[in-house]
Write a protein that binds this ligand. Structure first.
Ligand SMILES: [Fe+2]
Ligand SMILES: [Fe+2]
Length: 379
């Protein structure tokens, strides 16, 4: 019945006759006997309400999904009766191992309960109470420009993939949709912060954008997810914590605390996904390392671009005088070491402990440590 797509419904006799008959009260009612399970789901925990976990029942559930979902290639929700004539949507991602994560059903629910509003949850009016020096204002506006750039691509990437996933991966699709929304809010809040600073936006970063473009162009969901959820957003999570620490005002500290909440959830999915893949498909290890080689190159190029490194030096040293810059360099170098260390710790937790020995980031961090020791600072 693929011909359905070519039917002119305004002219089709059988369609029009059936519609007219229904409107005269002559009902077909065949849908009343859908060949589906009759169930009644109730919240296990009334405080949480009716969750995806409560719906994990029989043909509606997610626990028993096979590695390759072949049956449903349509928009039909998992558990509905599949009839002839449904369109073939040719979903690109039909392997569970490409998308699944431990506790996948919890990430969407958490996202829904922790939404916030960039227009009203930030005390924008209070910014006027702070007398921020010009160079700090400019450095912070540059940081917000860089972060807006990052968050815009972080919105585009999950949004690009959501429609390519099999409809049977419902819990993943919904989570990815909340992620796109979270990232859109992050782009909003950083843009608003730059425009509220009295400076406006600063420079776009070619190095950052070429790196991010690699994420957008990833060939598979698995490659994208290692790059975005685990590595990229992991780096960003440490960066947000550092940015909170060096923020010029309490208004900004709150902004970073709010974006961190969301980012931690995205990284949580990335880690639980990688862990799931390594536990169930250890043979994919080599492929994951190949992805990480590319991703680390991207992180180093984008995250250590001039525009962001120098903003951090000025913000953490609190100025442009020689002693400020020296202090800023020391603090920024320690942040970079922490960022890479936390990245390796995340991979350790996923069972990829050998990455520390293989990564070029580790070499870059040796350089940083050597520079710190020349300055007489312990790493
Ligand atoms: Fe984000
Ligand atoms: Fe994120």
């Amino acid at each position: 019945m693929a011909y359905l797509s070519t039917i002119d419904f305004f002219e089709d006799r059988s369609f029009l006759d059936r519609w007219k008959a229904a409107m005269k009260g002559d009902l077909d009612l065949s849908w009343m006997n859908a060949a589906t399970e009759q169930i009644e789901c109730r919240p296990q925990n009334p405080r949480r309400g009716l969750t995806f976990r409560d719906l994990d029942v029989g043909s509606y559930g997610f626990s028993e999904l096979p590695e390759v979902v072949r049956k449903n290639r349509t928009f039909a929700p998992r558990g509905a009766e599949l009839v002839d004539g449904l369109p073939d949507l040719q979903p690109e991602v039909s392997r569970k191992s490409e998308v699944w994560a431990y506790n996948i059903e919890g990430y969407y629910e958490e996202a829904m309960t922790r939404q916030w509003n960039a227009a009203t949850d930030i005390a924008w009016h209070d910014l006027a109470k702070y007398d921020v020096p010009d160079e700090i204002n400019r450095a912070f506006a540059q940081l917000c420009t860089f972060l807006t750039e990052v968050e815009m691509i972080a919105t585009d990437v999950p949004a690009k993939w959501v429609g390519k996933l099999s409809p049977d991966f419902f819990e993943v699709k919904n989570f990815i949709a909340t992620q796109a929304m979270d990232e859109a809010r992050h782009a909003e809040v950083f843009r608003k912060r730059a425009l509220a600073s009295g400076v406006g936006l600063m420079k776009a970063s070619p190095q950052n954008e070429w790196s991010l473009k690699q994420l957008r162009d990833a060939d598979s969901f698995a490659e994208m997810s290692v790059g975005l959820h685990l590595a990229g957003e992991g780096f960003v999570l440490t960066l947000f914590r550092f940015s909170e620490y060096i923020s010029p005002t309490d208004v900004d500290k709150k902004m970073f605390r709010l974006v961190m909440q969301d980012e931690a959830r995205h990284v949580g999915y990335g880690m639980q996904h990688l862990k799931w893949v390594i536990d169930h498909f250890p043979e994919k290890r080599e492929m994951i390392h190949a992805h990480l080689d590319e991703v680390e190159n991207m992180l180093f190029g984008g995250g250590y671009a001039t525009e962001v490194t120098e903003s951090f030096i000025i913000l953490s040293g609190k100025g442009l005088k020689k002693q400020n810059i020296e202090q800023g360099v020391r603090i920024t170098a320690q942040f970079q070491l922490k960022q890479v260390e936390e990245y390796f710790e995340r991979l350790d937790k996923c069972g990829l402990t050998e990455r520390r020995r293989m990564s070029k980031l580790a070499n870059a961090m040796e350089l940083t440590k050597a520079m710190l020791s020349e300055m007489g600072v312990a790493a």
